[in-house]
Design a protein around this ligand. Structure first.
Ligand code: PLP
Length: 405
């Protein structure tokens, strides 16, 4: 892989300081930093061909439409989806899940049906399904988790029944960094004809996602968590589902013909992209995926594994610290607590040392309830972080402990 100093030079924010200290950014699970190529791509859109897509007959509108559709093709190949029209651009993971919950719900869910989610979900993969269940008088079933932060498959199998209409699970827990057995979850659901939505918000950036191999029915992720712009995201859906689902929102570009008597809808994928989309963002997202591919997804995974191993070594060497969930086999995200010290205090002090971590419930309150805690400190690393930065986290934590002792 490219030399780390060159990689870091691609991300201008990594050479800035906070409180006079070099920024150590360990909040990558919340959002990732952007390489120059993404920033330049977006600037190119606005300075060279900013025009609404799929509408104009003029040159720069054509160019914008072409780049947008090239971006869709980039996402298709990144996910290894079978068809380009299976890729819908959305505002993010949340937008994608809400679209499926609404659209699938309208078409397939009625009173007494069941929707299965898991105890490990981000609120984004709980609340839209709860809202659907409320609307349709359906029931939400929850796959339990265990102390190690893993879903309990034996209990999941028991939840599946003829009433189950869809399963929605996360590929990786955002709160703990644990990788979930989504392949097993998908095959069990498919054995009774039930589709599965995989929330890839924390999975896509850490390895290789091949939606055909995974055989998921829907796969969703956010651009900003994979070095792309905020307000961008993807909904992948198998053609066989997307072509059956009603549109989620009405408006321009999603229609074929509009009269006051009847409106007919556009073909896939446009049917699910009502209004002016964030086309500069989608084009920027494709540039981010290109950056990831240039580094090499295997290389990224290997480097992050090395960083995780070092972080686990450092953190387990601190006797007052308890790691929750990730024993080293997860992604490079570690949640922890320090005996007797509130996560918020730990986060505040680390911040003053230039180290940015996330504290709180990480939009996964049920996970915190499971451990009977209010929240954790979460350090989420990625390939542009360094061993030296992890050492700084370690000394920072020692300092926090000293201050409170
Ligand atoms: N799902 C998971 C697993 C997440 O980690 C997140 C964000 O942290 C989301 C969903 C929501 O993503 P967004 O806010 O980008 O829509």
């Amino acid at each position: 892989m490219k030399d780390i100093s060159l990689i870091r030079a691609d991300f201008p924010i990594l050479s800035t300081s906070v409180y006079g200290k070099p920024l150590v950014y360990f909040d990558n699970a919340a959002t990732t930093q952007k390489p120059l190529c993404v920033l330049e791509t977006i600037q190119d859109v606005y300075t060279e061909y900013n025009a609404n897509i799929h509408r104009g007959v003029h040159a720069i509108s054509d160019r914008a439409s072409e780049e947008y559709e090239k971006a869709r093709e980039k996402v298709r190949s990144f996910l290894n989806a079978a068809h380009k029209e299976e890729i819908i651009f959305t505002s993010g993971t949340t937008g994608s899940i809400n679209a499926v919950a609404f659209s699938f719900g309208e078409r397939y869910i009625s009173e007494g049906d069941e929707v299965v989610v898991s105890h490990l979900e981000h609120h984004s993969n709980i609340v839209p399904w709860q809202m659907l269940c409320e609307r349709k008088k359906a029931r939400l079933k929850v796959i339990p988790m265990n102390e190690s932060g893993m879903l309990v498959l034996e209990e999941y199998y028991k939840l599946l029944s003829p009433r189950t209409k869809i399963v929605a699970v996360t590929q990786v827990s955002n709160a703990l960094g644990t990788i979930q057995p989504v392949s097993e979850i998908i095959s069990a659901a498919h054995s009774i004809g039930v589709p599965v939505l995989v929330d890839g918000a924390q999975g896509i950036q850490h390895g290789i996602t091949d939606v055909q191999k995974l055989d998921c029915d829907f796969y969703v992720f956010s651009g900003h968590k994979i070095y792309g712009p905020a307000g961008t995201g993807v909904l992948y859906g198998k053609n066989k589902w997307l072509s059956e689902l009603p549109p989620y929102q009405g408006g321009g570009d999603m229609v074929a013909n509009v009269t006051f008597d009847k409106t007919t809808y556009n073909e896939l994928p446009f049917r699910f992209e009502a209004g002016t989309t964030n086309f500069p963002g989608a084009i920027g997202l494709a540039s981010a995926l290109g950056y990831v591919d240039a580094l090499g997804r295997e290389n990224i995974a290997a480097r992050e594994k090395e960083l995780l191993g070092h972080a686990i070594n450092i953190l387990t060497g601190i006797p007052q610290l308890r790691i929750i969930g990730n024993n080293g086999s997860g992604i490079s995200t570690i949640s922890f607590l320090i005996n007797g010290i509130h996560p918020y205090d730990t986060g505040m002090i680390l911040d003053k040392l230039g180290v940015a971590v996330r504290t709180g419930a990480h939009c996964a309150q049920p996970v915190m309830d499971f451990y009977e805690i209010e929240g954790t400190v979460r350090a989420s690393l990625c390939f542009y972080n360094t061993i030296e930065e992890i050492n700084l986290l370690g000394t920072g934590i020692e300092q926090v402990i000293k201050m409170f002792s």
